[in-house]
Design a protein around this ligand. Structure first.
Ligand SMILES: [Fe+2]
Ligand SMILES: [Fe+2]
Length: 280
């Protein structure tokens, strides 16, 4: 299959559309939490930022979808917008139910191509790290599994979003005549640099708030950078194994992580990844 062909477009759009999960956040089996568990959940300092990110994404992605001339691509990006909105509803419901006090403002992201591309690369970075944090949180039992497991569907959706994005952007560039690997390399590098720079800014913002990472730090205290990166890589491989082998996958961040492990002399061959199916 040639990247940029009709066949490629059909595959990345239709596999995205057909793997959509049906659920409504308030209908999920939200568990009762003890006071200690509530305190731990409330000490995580990211709720407002997480909710704001999803709200911004929902509005921007939905708006951007409407600018797409191709019917199939429009349907797929609309579906992503719906899923981002639902992530916002998921965090909003969590915040309301457990008193997390997330206080977002009006979404301001404009529904433009530049914003969609920036968001796509940012999702590639965030999802890779998120897969690792999610797996560790489950292993360490940072919170009851009855709560953490509700977010497994969100992780699967983010995996679908980033696979859709890297295929969409490669398809777009190929259609515009910039499909050659070298012509793709520069805008891809710029995209990741912008995403990483944004992450550094966000980390500083959280740091400045000096909120309770201490609680998380105690529980995640044994996790070293190499073990975290290995967990991210293994989790990422499990999510990526569920996709059609003809589809492109995000490569840059996993390559950087492998390279970092190599520099630290820490790269162990990971066992064959367990596939996380889209309906897990
Ligand atoms: Fe999302
Ligand atoms: Fe997403």
């Amino acid at each position: 299959m040639r990247i940029g062909s009709e066949e490629h477009k059909e595959l990345f759009c239709r596999s995205f559309l057909s793997s959509h999960l049906e659920y409504d956040p308030p209908e999920l089996p939200w568990p009762h939490l003890t006071e200690a568990e509530l305190a731990r959940l409330r000490a995580i300092p990211v709720w407002t930022m997480a909710l704001q990110t999803e709200l911004n994404a929902g509005v921007m992605v939905n708006g951007f979808a409407e600018s797409q001339p191709d019917w199939l691509i429009r349907q797929a990006i609309r579906l992503q917008g719906y899923e981002e909105d639902r992530h916002a509803r998921m965090i909003g419901y969590l915040s309301q139910r457990y008193g997390l006090d997330a206080q977002p403002t009006e979404p301001t992201l404009r529904p433009e191509r530049r914003a969609f591309i920036d968001f796509g690369y940012a999702e590639c970075v965030d999802s890779f790290l998120g897969f690792g944090v999610f797996r560790l949180a489950r292993e360490i039992e940072f919170l009851p599994d009855a709560l953490i497991s509700l977010f497994a569907r969100v992780m699967i959706e983010e995996a679908r979003h980033i696979v859709f994005f890297v295929n969409w952007i490669a398809y777009e560039r190929a259609r515009r005549g910039y499909g050659a690997p070298l012509l793709q390399a520069l805008p891809t590098a710029i995209g990741y640099v912008r995403a990483l720079a944004k992450n550094v800014g966000r980390a500083k913002a959280v740091d400045q708030k000096e909120m309770g990472f201490a609680a998380a730090g105690e529980v995640f205290g044994d996790v070293t950078l190499p073990s975290f990166l290995r967990t991210c890589l293994e989790a990422n491989e499990s999510y990526m194994a569920a996709f059609d082998p003809r589809l492109l996958r995000p490569q840059v961040i996993p390559h950087i992580a492998r390279f970092a492990l190599l520099l630290m002399g820490q790269r162990k061959k990971s066992p064959k990844a367990r596939t996380i199916p889209h309906n897990a």
